[in-house]
Design a protein around this ligand. Structure first.
Ligand code: AMP
Length: 262
């Protein structure tokens, strides 16, 4: 797989905030810096370059960026940074599909598996709350005090509305909506509103979307606080080249490998 990002700033439509050359220019926790080195992330992509600075300053962010631009790391790195620096904090990341939620968690595990970020000593336990997987296993992850929760709106809402649910979101200080336009197209606005009722008012919100349809305005108006806008128009240069491959697995085993790691 060729993961080399093209970071040529000339190709970006919106102006970079700062001419960052390397991940070490960000004020990221040293364990994150070490993990990034181990996975060969040296140069931030344009969306990472623009987003990470702002997110570390605790701004709310609306990011217009497509898959393939490196947006996952753009939001997950500042989210993990906050969790490492604030041991009581939690983070909630919502994605429209099981596949996308799983990909996000895959990236989290890519970092954690390098052992620079320690699941135990850094108390970085996770829960992947997606449909089609056992509620029982997910409840175990929640009860083990998962602080980084990634899921789909439907399943997260199901957990929250169970009788005596152990899922508590009152300590969430980072709330991420990935592919927000798709979530609204899929009719998840009801669940997003309902989930938001369980979140504290005072939190950082990061919203990413490939398109910015007017119906997103409700989300930004209702939940965001003076958000900064970051836009990367994906050109052939700004999109990271991804080689696709396919592996046939049964429906039952689709998420098994990842769940074994959690
Ligand atoms: P995403 O747009 O977040 O789905 O990322 C697309 C692909 O680019 C994934 O395979 C990432 O692992 C990879 N990637 C993202 N950012 C970087 C980076 N700064 N350096 C190297 N690879 C990256």
């Amino acid at each position: 797989m060729n993961n080399t990002p093209d970071t040529s700033l000339k190709e970006i439509d919106s102006k970079p905030i700062k001419n960052t050359k390397s991940f070490s220019d960000f004020n990221l926790h040293e364990n994150i810096q070490k993990a990034l080195k181990k996975i060969d992330y040296t140069t931030p992509t344009p969306i990472q370059e623009q987003t990470i600075h702002l997110a570390l300053e605790n701004h709310d962010i609306i990011g217009a960026a497509q898959t393939g631009t490196g947006k996952t790391a753009a939001f997950i790195l500042p989210v993990i940074n906050k969790l490492l620096n604030n041991p009581q904090d939690k983070a909630l990341v919502l994605a429209p599909t099981r596949e996308l939620a799983t990909q996000i968690m895959d990236f989290v595990y890519k970092l954690i598996n390098k052992r620079e970020i320690n699941k135990k000593t850094d108390n970085l336990k996770t829960a992947l709350l997606i449909g089609g997987m056992s509620m029982h296993l997910q409840l175990r992850q929640i009860k083990a005090n998962a602080r980084l929760i990634v899921g789909t709106p439907g399943r997260v809402y199901d957990h929250l509305t169970q009788k005596h649910s152990p899922l508590k979101l009152d300590r969430v200080t980072s709330f991420v909506l990935d592919e927000a336009d798709r979530m609204l197209d899929m009719g998840f606005s009801v669940q997003i509103d309902a989930i938001s009722e369980f979140l504290p008012k005072n939190k950082q919100m990061l919203m990413f979307s490939a398109t910015m349809p007017p119906k997103l305005n409700n989300l930004t108006k209702n939940y965001m606080n003076n958000p900064k806008h970051v836009e990367i128009k994906a050109t052939n240069k700004t999109r990271i080249k991804i080689k696709e491959s396919h592996i046939k697995v049964s429906e039952k085993n689709k998420y098994e490998k990842l769940m074994e790691e959690l």
